[in-house]
Each structure stands twice: as structure tokens, then as C-alpha cells.
Design a binder for this molecule. Structure first.
Ligand SMILES: [Zn+2]
Length: 254
């Protein structure tokens, strides 16, 4: 879902009411998305480290308690359980670029996608909430509790030019890996790596991560943290990244 300046109607009224509750919108709730509504939304986006573009996406809508678009599908109680975990741990930051760590970013992705899926009625199991991030052995033990399990990672290379998205999984998850890679490729405007639509099988390296894949989970390497431009695109399009992943999951799991 998207709401932006120029939109009108009941959805805008709900947005204005929610922003008013946050003390950010002190004007008439008139259902007319104008400059004052945009300014209030921008202030709210900044609180969550989302680029303040004044456009309401699913992540911020979830934070505001607004569920403006619930995709048609199975009733909530029959929706599949999803496991989403963050790579690395509190004592292992993974790859770094300046002050940014892989572990910090993938925790944020885990939390953002989880918030959107929760708002759509999915039960999501995580390896910790907020800033918590349990060790790989604990994350791998969660895999079997979900219909699907994804652990988020970022790629890194010595060459700053290395680029793209890929996913490591057993062949049973090849199709969903390709859909996730394709969605991230279009949101971040980065290539899908390799000749298999971004999917790589279990035996193709990344030895330290195989425990998760052997247990039946997917390792999703979202982008290269070592590539400055790619990292910046992530910061600019965070909300769309979270939404793209949540959309692939809600559209493809039954
Ligand atoms: Zn990693």
C-alpha cells in the first residue's frame, strides 16, 4: 500500500488520526493528504530511521497500527508460520563498512519484515526481538518450526564493485529464492547473481552458513555491504525492501 500527497479519503483520515495520536499532526482530520500531513509523516519516518520521503509504505503503516491493505488469502488462523532470523549475533558483527555492521542491518531487516507480516496476520518466529540476535546454532534450531525459514545476511567482497543479490538453499526452495532475488533486484536496482536467478544450492560454498541450509532454511544475501552505492540504496529504500520481501512471502506461501 502507498499513501502520498494528493490522496484523499478514509485511509488518509486514519493516517492523520494515527499521526495525531503521536502528537505529530495537530490539524483537522479532513482526509486530505496535504503538506501538513506530509510533514507529520516525515517526522514519524525519521523516528524509525526511514528516509523521510513523506510516502506511507507498509513498514511505517505497521508501526502506526494502520493495516490499510490486507492481501486476500487464507484466514489468519490457517496462515503458515514463518521463521525470520538475523545472521551473525551480538558478539559477531559479520561484515562491516565504516560504522555499519552486517549484524545491525540484518536485525533491522528481520524486524521490519516481521512487523509487516504480523500486520497481515502471520505468526513469525524470530531469533530474538529488537536488538537481540541469537547465535547461529539457536537460529538453525528454529528452522523446522516454520513452513519457510529465512536468515538475512549481507554479502561482502574485497572489491567494492562486487554487486547483487543471491540466496543459498536446498532445491526445494529454488523457486521462492528466485522470486525473493528478483524482487530485491528491482527494489534496489541491483543484479541477480549467478545463472540460476540468484539461487545457489547447498554445496556451493559459504561453509560457515550451511547449518541453517542443511536444516532446511534459506540464506538470503540481500546486497553487498562492501559496495557503498548499494548500502546507500538500502538506506534510501528500506521500507520498500521490507515490503518487497513480505510481499513475496505473503503471495507465495499457502
Ligand atoms: Zn553474513
Amino acid at each position: 500500500m502507498l499513501l502520498k500527497k494528493g490522496n484523499t479519503g478514509s485511509a488518509v483520515k486514519r493516517l492523520q488520526t494515527a499521526l495525531a495520536k503521536q502528537g505529530l499532526y495537530i490539524y483537522l482530520v479532513d482526509g486530505d493528504f496535504g503538506q501538513k500531513t506530509e510533514d507529520a509523516l516525515k517526522a514519524y519516518q525519521q523516528k524509525f530511521n526511514v528516509k523521510p520521503d513523506g510516502i506511507l509504505g507498509d513498514y511505517i503503516a505497521g508501526k502506526l497500527g494502520l493495516v490499510l491493505s490486507v492481501p486476500a488469502g487464507a484466514p489468519a488462523n490457517t496462515k503458515p508460520v514463518i521463521v525470520l532470523t538475523a545472521g551473525h549475533s551480538l558478539v559477531d558483527p559479520g561484515a562491516c563498512n565504516g560504522k555499519f555492521t552486517e549484524a545491525g542491518i540484518v536485525r533491522e531487516v528481520r524486524n521490519g519484515v516481521t512487523a509487516i507480516l504480523n500486520s497481515r496476520g502471520y505468526k513469525v518466529i524470530n531469533d530474538g526481538t529488537g536488538n537481540d540476535n541469537q547465535a547461529l546454532s539457536k537460529a538453525a534450531a528454529l528452522v523446522k518450526q516454520g513452513k519457510i525459514a529465512i536468515e538475512f545476511h549481507l554479502n561482502a567482497a574485497t572489491s567494492k564493485a562486487a554487486t547483487g543479490v543471491e540466496a543459498l538453499a536446498q532445491s526445494k526452495d529454488k523457486a521462492i529464492c528466485q522470486k525473493l532475488c528478483s524482487a530485491l533486484s528491482s527494489v534496489l536496482d541491483i543484479p541477480v547473481r549467478g545463472g540460476n536467478g540468484g539461487w545457489k544450492d547447498e554445496g556451493s560454498g559459504q561453509h560457515s552458513k550451511l547449518a541453517y541450509v542443511s536444516a532446511g532454511g534459506i540464506i538470503l544475501e540481500l546486497f553487498f555491504i562492501s559496495n557503498d552505492a548499494e548500502l546507500q540504496k538500502y538506506f534510501d529504500r528500506k521500507d520498500q525492501v521490507f515490503t518487497a520481501i513480505a510481499d513475496v512471502l505473503s503471495e507465495n506461501l499457502t
